[in-house]
Design a protein around this ligand. Structure first.
Ligand code: NAD
Length: 333
């Protein structure tokens, strides 16, 4: 069956923008247009994916009507571009983190209310089956209240992002460093699983990555309401791994991102009950997210991270940076 294609504009076709463009095409439900300020990059993208291209957002929006924009520029530019997109009448999928400050977030919230358009934020962990499955178990209530959570995760960033010295990653002002770039995914996933962070203490340092001075290593002790949560994350270790352990009144949940599985260990049993999913490629998760965006534009409910959830995770990022600078715990309102 052929569904009508939505006109979607990808704004910023760098590393993640190209992936969004490709994955939107692979849904078979979208007609994609590219926008990037880098002329050489735009030329390669338009040729490789056979799409129209614009060097400038205003020119693209003036040329035709788009049902949706996917905003994939560095974080400090997201909210200005979001306002332009909403005023055009488009729904939005905005890359993480939502921004680098709370400035403009109220203006965007007002514009969302006025336009009635869908705005999702691309915290892509929402589309990992092992996170979705764990969330279902936790919200089902059989394990009782969440009491204690620990997360250990890391990867060798230079292997996955060889250009890290030349992009937004080098400065906090453009969304760089381990807190805003990597920890934010994990913090958002934990908030989606157990509820918002209410206070935190963060210690962070530059330990290893060559050619940058931003933190690549982070320790956080947080509270999410009644649960104690700790995070250990670095961007230099050899294994690419992510483990979350969520201990509740009547049992525990363990998520192993690298093994694409989660398990439940109920009190009075003596083994993990693992749930594996069919092996997925990284693009598969982004195709699921792209389908959710198109569903959302059509008015259907989705698992996309909402604008308000992303504002909450932005507060987490800002609190973590503030705590690391001051050496003090920070409350999150
Ligand atoms: N979800 C994920 O797994 C994931 C992975 C990587 C990056 N990201 C996020 O995506 C965003 C972009 O990251 P990236 O790694 O793709 O960066 P990048 O530097 O590779 O690409 C950004 C692109 O935006 C373009 N650009 C900047 N301002 C523009 C403007 N006003 N109009 C048009 N084009 C503009 C640049 O020319 C560049 O090509 C960041 O917020 C980052 O945190 C998310």
């Amino acid at each position: 069956m052929h569904l009508m294609s939505d006109e979607i504009l990808v704004v910023g076709c760098g590393s993640i923008g190209e992936r969004h463009l490709r994955c939107l095409q692979r849904t078979g439900r979208a007609r994609v247009t590219a926008c990037d300020a880098n002329a050489a990059l735009l030329q390669r993208i338009t040729a490789q994916y056979q799409v129209a291209g614009f060097a400038d957002l205003q020119a693209a929006l003036a040329a035709q009507r788009f049902a949706g924009l996917v905003i994939c520029t560095p974080a400090h530019t997201h909210l200005d571009l979001a306002l332009a997109g909403l005023r055009h009448g488009a729904g939005l999928l905005i890359e993480k983190p939502l921004s680098t400050s709370l400035e403009n977030s109220a203006a965007v919230r007002d514009e969302i209310a006025k336009s009635g358009k869908l705005v999702g934020v691309a915290y892509v962990y929402h589309f990992m089956p092992w996170i979705q499955g764990a969330r279902k178990v936790l919200s089902g209530g059989e394990l009782g209240r969440v009491l204690h959570v620990s997360v250990a995760t890391g990867q060798h960033f230079p292997t996955f992002r060889p250009a890290y010295r030349e992009i937004y990653y080098t400065r906090h002002e453009t969304g760089g460093g381990a807190i805003q770039d990597a920890l934010t995914h994990i913090a958002n996933a934990i908030e989606w699983l157990i509820g918002p962070t209410t206070r935190l203490f963060c210690d962070a340092a530059h330990q290893s990555l060559e050619g940058v001075t931003v933190e690549d290593t982070v320790s956080v002790a947080a509270r999410n309401g009644g649960a104690l949560v700790n995070y250990a994350l670095n961007q230099f270790q050899a294994p690419n791994e992510m483990t979350m352990q969520i201990h509740c009144e009547h049992g525990s949940v363990k998520i192993e991102g690298h093994a694409q599985r989660f398990g439940v260990f109920r009190r009075a049993t003596n083994a993990w009950d693992w749930r594996e999913s069919a092996p997925l490629e990284r693009d598969d998760i982004f195709i699921a997210q792209a389908n959710a965006f198109l569903d959302g534009l059509a008015g259907k409910p989705t698992d996309l991270c909402t604008f308000d959830e992303a504002v909450q995770t932005l507060k987490f990022n800002l609190a973590a940076l503030k705590s690391a600078r001051s050496g003090k715990a920070v409350e999150i309102s």
